[in-house]
Every structure is written in C-alpha cells, then in structure tokens.
Design a protein around this ligand. Structure first.
Ligand code: X8Z
Ligand code: ZN
Length: 608
C-alpha cells in the first residue's frame, strides 16, 4: 500500500520537529490562527474608515481611509512573505487553502517600499473621491448640477438625442483629470503584484478562480461564445427600433449603435428603453416605477420589499444596526459615493447598504442585488476568517440577482404591486425587457477587464488608453462614441469600477451564474412551468438549498460550492438559453432578412 505509506510518512514528518529549521505544520497552523485574528481587526478599522470616506468625501476622510488601507496592505504583504516558509509543507487541504487565499487576497497589491505604498493608496483614494464627487452642471449653471445618480435617471428617461448627448459628454468629463493618476496607479500596483510573485495586477486577479489565469481567460471566452449569438440578435433588433425612433441620429453606416441612445450612461443595461423597442402589438405588462411612486414608496420601503423576499425563503431579518447605519438616500449637504454597494464592517452582523435610492424599477432590482451581498456575508460569518468571502467574486455578485429574477408578475401581484397578471402573450415583452438588461450586459461585463488586463500587462500604453477602450466597446458591444473622442479624454474613468479598482469579470460571471442558481432554486421549489415564469418567493426548500451553498463561504473551491446548490460544477450558459428560448425564436423572426453585427471602425475614437 504505497499510498498509505506516503501519507503516513508525510504526517510524521510534519508532526515531529526536524533537526534543521524546517517549520512544522503545527507552526503553520499557529501562524495562520494569529494572522486571521490580526487581519480581522485591521480589516474592521479599514472598513470603518472607508465607510466614512464614501459617505462623507473630503480630503481628511480620503487621507484617513488611505492610511488604513495602507496598513492592511502592508501587513498582508508581510504575512504573505513570511508564510513562504510553509510553501513546501504538507498541510491539510483546509490550511493550505487559507495560505493560498491569503496570497491572493489583495485587490490592490502595493510595493514594499513604504513611500511608494503610501503614494499608491493615496492615489486610490483620490481616484475614488474624484468619481464620487463628480458632477455635471448643464450650461455651467451651478444650480443645475447633477451627480451620477441623477444623471443615470435622466439618461434612462431622456428621449431627446441632443439632451442625451449633452448628458453623456457632460458626465464623461469626469474621467480626463484621472488619466495621469491612473497611469501611475497601474505602475505602482504592478510593482506590488510582481513583488508578490505575479506577472502583474491583472494576472493576480485572474488567479483567484481555483484554476490558472490562462484557464480562467479561456473559460470566459467559452461562455461568451455560448451567449454571443443571442446578443447579436438583440443588438440587431434594438438597432432597427432605435433607427425607427430617432432616424439619422441612430443610424450609422457601420451598424454600430451610438452609446448615448441606450438608456444608460455606459450602454451596459438597456432596460430603460423598453418603451422604444416594445413589440408593436404587445399586451400591456406593468410599470413598477409608476406603481411604487403612486404609492409614495420611500427608500426604506424599497429595501423592506427586498428583505421580505429573503425572509419568505427562510432567511433572517436584518439586524437592527442595518437600519440604523445604512445610507439609503443621498445626503443634501455633502459629497458621497452614490454607486450602490453592500458592506460588512466586522465580518459578522454589522452589515449595511450604501445607496442613493430613486424610486425606479432599476433601483428596486438593485436593492435585491445588494441585499444578496449582505445575506451572503451573514450566511458565512461563522466560517474561519479566511473563508468569510464568496466562493468567488462572481458568486457574490450573482446572489441577489438570482433572487431578483423571481420578481415576476405573479410575485408582484402577491405583494400587491400589480393588479392583474399579464396574459401568457406578455411573455415575449417581459422576456425582452429582461434581456435588455441581462443580455445587453454580457459583452460589457467582459470587456471592462479585457481592457484592464491589457493595461496592467502593458499591452495597452497610457497614450492609447482611450483608443483601446473604444476599440473593445466597438468590438464587443457594437456601440460607438456619440461624439469624437481623443486621448485628451479618459472615458474608462467615467465608469465607477475603474477609479474604484473593483475587478469586473465578476459581473460577467454573475450574469451567467445567476441563471444557474435561479434554475436550481426553481427546481427545489418544485417549479414545473417555463423557467421564465418561476418565482421562488416563499419557498423554504429553495432557501435551504441556497443557504447550504452560501454558508460555505470560500472554504471550498467554487466548483464544489456550486455543486452543493446546482449539482453542476461548471459555469454554463445553458440556463440563460433555456430562460430566453421563446425570445430567441421571436428575435430571429424579427431579424429575418436583416444583417446581424457591425464593422468596427478603423479609428475607434471617431464618432462617425
Ligand atoms: O456595481 C454594481 C453593483 C454593486 S456591486 C451595483 N453592478 C455593476 C455595475 O453597476 O456596473 C451591478 C451590475 C454591474
Ligand atoms: Zn454587487
């Protein structure tokens, strides 16, 4: 029994203290126990500082938060370097996983030189501050200034191409002043990544998925190829309807769509232009925003709807402190980061939301998205510190969205938000409305980090930042800048996750995972009808299945966590295809005889 012998020898080797200075498994365990306790405390302070910074932006809070971030990065780096002496030890899979996670834990690796590290964290804080305090004041009128939350609502509702272009150009000015800081940020962070043994920061990010960075890139490409045909159909259909509506303003010889006409500042989700593209003879569906507004729903009630859904599946009520400490509306007297986020200050019960809620259908869904993060952190809070995170970051982003897919007309009727359930013929319009958000998002979700990975690897030079950005947007999304751009602009800076340094591949993954999770919950709930009509509202069975996966945190490689919930151990877009099947057939019929796709401009910075 060779195998048993090998195991026994290794176990003995790690128990008995060898004569040389080789560390033991017991020492590794003690080291990790201490590291976990220390990092928990450092993390809590850093989270508090970040919370204050993002809900009260000024030089002081930026500075204090940068200092705390710096402290965490410095200590993690130190611990990673010290832990290298345990690299060749035979440790339990659990302990080995903790060391691997520790090594991968920084999103912002920083140089060991304290001066450079401080410079990097200051830049990081200031980029975030620039975005958060960014405004556009039409006509230069200070009384009309809008932050991104108001601008998003205007982009969603606006139907005058001139106004849309003006808002688009106005907001995108926020990027230009970030350009030089961003280039330095990339340089410094890469140095940190190299010191930790990675090729660059992007390679470090791609190493976080229980597979090699190369396997990860290939997996994303596989998923994209699965869904690309559906995106092409949607793009062609929407393009035709926009041309019907706007004429020349929407029409381009190359077949691309101007990026300001899709109801969203970044053309990343198109649900807001549903009214423009709705099938001509569609039976009326429902207008959630109108109903919510007519009832005088406030921000807190929006969140209560979300909490109520989770509770119906057996999840706990949110702690009292959630309501005391969350920021649900935009304060009048100071700059805040309005971009929605969910927080867990203490890796325990101190969960919060930070949102500038508007009473819209978008924000109704965003609330569910964010609560998904909160419920995930609550579910894994009893894991050891190193395992208190999502199975991977795509899981974290998918949880709330997989619940929001259950916001069906039947569900809305049950909670009194629609009067009448639309007839079965309304399935196509409803699916189209969902596809405008979920399918339109896919290429966007993919290209953001395609850009960033090449920026970090040096393939894209600072002098080409904007050109490379638009080349990817044109290639993947088939959208073009509404006005000429140049390298004097820095349009990536106008998208939150670039100045905030939040990796973005997670959202692409989540767009796929959420349909897998939803399909599994629907099975658990005993759904037998078409997938798109399923709601797991009230299903304790679905809740139990979900909770079992959530409670694992990142204690197991993500395929194992996925298996617990879905029986599958791979990302797979077949659930998306199943969900949208009736729409796919309908779109194909609508597009018959039309060309799908577009040609990418040779100069991506030129509007037309
Ligand atoms: O950033 C978010 C969430 C916070 S984690 C509101 N999302 C991405 C975005 O807004 O770009 C959700 C969907 C994609
Ligand atoms: Zn999120």
């Amino acid at each position: 029994m060779t195998v048993a012998c090998v195991c026994a020898c290794l176990t003995l080797a790690s128990v008995a203290k060898p004569l040389d200075n080789t560390p033991t498994a017991a020492e590794a365990q003690t080291f990790m126990d201490k590291a976990e306790a220390e990092l928990l405390q450092l993390g809590i302070t850093a989270q508090r500082a970040a919370w204050i910074e993002e809900t009260y932006i000024n030089d002081d809070t930026e500075n204090l938060s940068a200092k705390e971030t710096e402290r965490v990065i410095a200590r993690v780096t130190e611990l990673v370097n010290q832990s290298r002496r345990f690299d060749s030890l035979d440790l339990s899979p659990e302990l080995r996983r903790k060391f691997t996670l520790l090594k991968l834990s920084l999103t912002l690796p920083a140089p060991n030189d304290p001066k450079l590290r401080a410079e990097l964290t200051q830049i990081a804080s200031s980029l975030e501050g620039s975005y958060g305090s960014g405004k556009y004041c039409p006509g230069g009128d200070q009384a009309k200034c809008m932050g991104i939350d108001d601008l998003e609502v205007r982009m969603g509702r606006g139907r005058d191409p001139k106004e849309l272009q003006d808002l688009w150009v106005g907001w995108h000015k926020v990027g230009a002043p970030m350009r030089d800081r961003y280039a330095r940020f990339v340089e410094l962070s890469n140095q940190g990544a190299r010191e930790l043994g990675f090729a660059d920061t992007g390679a470090m990010w791609r190493a976080k998925y229980d597979m090699t960075p190369e396997e990860f890139s290939a997996d994303l490409e596989r998923l994209w190829q699965q869904v690309k045909p559906l995106y092409l159909e949607l793009h062609a259909y929407v393009r035709a309807r926009l041309i019907e509506k706007y004429g020349a303003a929407a029409q381009r010889a190359d077949g691309m769509i101007p990026a300001d006409l899709l109801g969203n500042m970044w053309a990343q989700e198109w649900g807001n232009i549903y009214d423009i593209v709705a099938p001509a003879s569609a039976p009326p569906t429902y207008d959630l925003a109108k109903t919510l507004q007519a009832r005088g729903t406030d921000a807190k009630q929006m969140v209560l709807y979300g909490e109520h859904f989770f509770q119906s599946m057996g999840f706990q009520t949110l702690p009292e402190t959630f309501w005391e400490r969350s920021m649900l509306t935009k304060p009048r007297d100071r700059d805040v980061v309005c971009h929605a986020s969910a927080w867990n200050i203490d890796s325990d019960q101190d969960v919060r939301l930070k949102l500038c809620i508007h009473i819209t259908a978008d924000d109704f869904r965003t609330v569910h998205h964010e609560l998904g993060h909160n419920y995930y952190t609550l579910a894994y809070r009893n894991q050891p510190v190193m395992f208190r995170d999502g199975a991977n970051d795509g899981f974290h982003e998918a949880i709330g969205d997989s619940i929001a897919l259950s916001i069906t007309p039947e569900y809305l009727k049950k909670i009194g938000l629609v009067q009448q359930i639309p007839p079965p013929q309304a399935d196509i319009p409803l699916l189209l409305r969902t596809a405008l958000d979920k399918i339109a998002f896919l290429p966007f979700g993919l290209l953001i980090d395609k850009w960033r990975w090449e920026v970090f690897s040096g393939q894209i030079k600072p002098s080409d930042y904007n050109k490379a950005w638009w080349k990817l947007r044109e290639e993947y999304q088939g959208v073009a800048p509404p006005v000429d751009r140049s390298e004097a602009d820095f349009d990536p800076g106008a998208k939150y996750h670039i100045p905030d340094n939040t990796p973005y591949a997670r959202y692409f993954l989540a767009a796929v995972y959420q349909f897998q999770f939803y399909r599994a919950m629907c099975q658990a709930a005993g759904n037998t009808g078409p997938l798109n009509r399923c709601s797991v509202y009230g299903s304790k069975e679905a809740g139990k299945r979900f909770q079992a996966m959530l409670a694992l945190g990142c204690s197991k490689p993500w395929p194992e966590a996925m298996k617990v919930m879905t029986g599958e151990d791979k990302a797979d877009a077949s659930a998306i295809i199943e969900y949208f099947q009736p729409l796919i057939e309908w779109l194909k019929a609508q597009n018959q005889g039309k060309n799908l796709g577009w040609t990418v401009a040779s100069d991506p910075l030129t509007a037309r």
